[in-house]
Design a protein around this ligand. Structure first.
Ligand SMILES: NC(=O)c1ccc[n+]([C@@H]2O[C@H](COP(=O)([O-])OP(=O)(O)OC[C@H]3O[C@@H](n4cnc5c(N)ncnc54)[C@H](OP(=O)(O)O)[C@@H]3O)[C@@H](O)[C@H]2O)c1
Length: 300
């Protein structure tokens, strides 16, 4: 592998577009691929090459980093004849940062290893602001040697890497994190809706929450957005429901009851049913307001 390695980045959405940019500013040769190629133009203007297929991306790269919506999208990038698998070779490395099922991560690792290549599972947290600043947290799964080898690549977009275990275990930890976020947001928004009906302001609730033992930067971040009725997407309702479904499938496979998450998923589904699936996950408050008979307030 040359130093710095040639990086190929697949998936230039809210997260991927921001993560990929760091490779240019930090001096890595960069090629990109996105299903909708126009989204790669800003990076091409900065010097990135545009690959026609994920296979071509892998052919011109030592390491391919992927950040796409869901397991379906990852499958499209890895498995077809024009996918990354077709170009995997001894020494090639594949880094999966999308949130997917542990089972899919293990399947990709098997495919890579069968060709003398290897994979690091590297789901991230830190939202689009962390992606923009290059301060994401990576949950790493796979061999520690491969993780060390790839540290310069991970460090381009992450401030911290936590080794979670073998392939599959990092995805499990990521899904646990998004389960916790689901509960936090649901509890917070249910409280805000009751507060609104009872005449207690959001600002008062937030002030008490943030001064107390149950404070979290998450509440000030989402609370400030809800106060402004600003539902611009950082992480979409659609993608959180995707993760809730992945978690519930894991729970089913492992015979783990998750009654809380199963109920919360239905509230987020009702937000999707209202047409708010592409909005930020804070838009779940609108679904709760609607079922409480409250009018939607305009954006401040
Ligand atoms: N947003 C966050 O705060 C956050 C934080 C941590 C982890 N994540 C995870 O990171 C991943 C990306 O999230 P995001 O917020 O960046 O999502 P996003 O803005 O919706 O971008 C999704 C990306 O996936 C691509 N894609 C979707 N379906 C595809 C398919 N069938 N084949 C090929 N490409 C496909 C899209 O391509 P097009 O441009 O062609 O649509 C786009 O590049 C997800 O797994 C998400 O769960 C997100």
């Amino acid at each position: 592998m040359q130093n710095p390695p040639r990086v190929g980045f697949a998936g230039l959405g809210l997260m991927g577009g921001r993560m990929a940019r760091h490779f240019i500013t930090k001096g890595f040769p960069l090629a990109v691929w996105n299903r909708t190629p126009e989204r790669g133009q800003p990076l091409v203007a900065l010097g990135a090459k545009m690959a026609k297929t994920p296979r071509e991306l892998a052919e011109v790269s030592d390491v391919v980093v992927t950040c796409v919506a869901d397991p379906n999208a990852v499958g499209r990038i890895v498995f077809p004849d024009d996918g990354v698998r077709a170009a995997a070779r001894p020494g090639f490395r594949y880094v999966e940062t999308s949130t997917i099922s542990p089972g899919l991560a293990r399947r990709i690792a098997e495919v890579m290893r069968s060709k003398g290549a290897d994979m690091l599972e590297a789901p991230v947290t830190g939202s689009k602001i962390g992606a923009e600043k290059g301060t994401l947290l990576v949950m790493a799964g796979g061999s520690k040697e491969v993780e060390q080898e790839l540290m310069p690549v991970l460090s381009a977009f992450a401030a911290k890497v936590i080794h979670c275990g073998d392939i599959g275990q990092a995805s499990t930890v990521k899904l646990i994190g998004n389960t916790i976020i689901s509960f936090m947001l649901e509890g917070f928004c249910e409280g805000l809706v009751l507060g609104r009906k009872s005449g207690v302001s959001l600002e008062t609730i937030l002030e008490v929450v943030m001064a107390s033992g149950f404070a979290s930067p998450y509440y000030s971040f989402k609370g400030a957005a809800i106060a402004k009725r600003d539902f611009e997407t950082h992480f979409s309702v659609d993608l959180l429901v995707k993760d809730q479904n992945l978690m519930l499938e894991e729970a089913h496979a492992n015979k783990v009851p998750m009654p809380g998450l199963a109920s919360i998923r239905e509230v987020f589904q009702s937000a999707r049913a209202q047409g708010w699936g592409e909005e930020d996950i804070a838009a779940v408050v609108k679904a709760l307001e609607k079922s409480a008979g409250l009018e939607q307030e305009p954006r401040a």
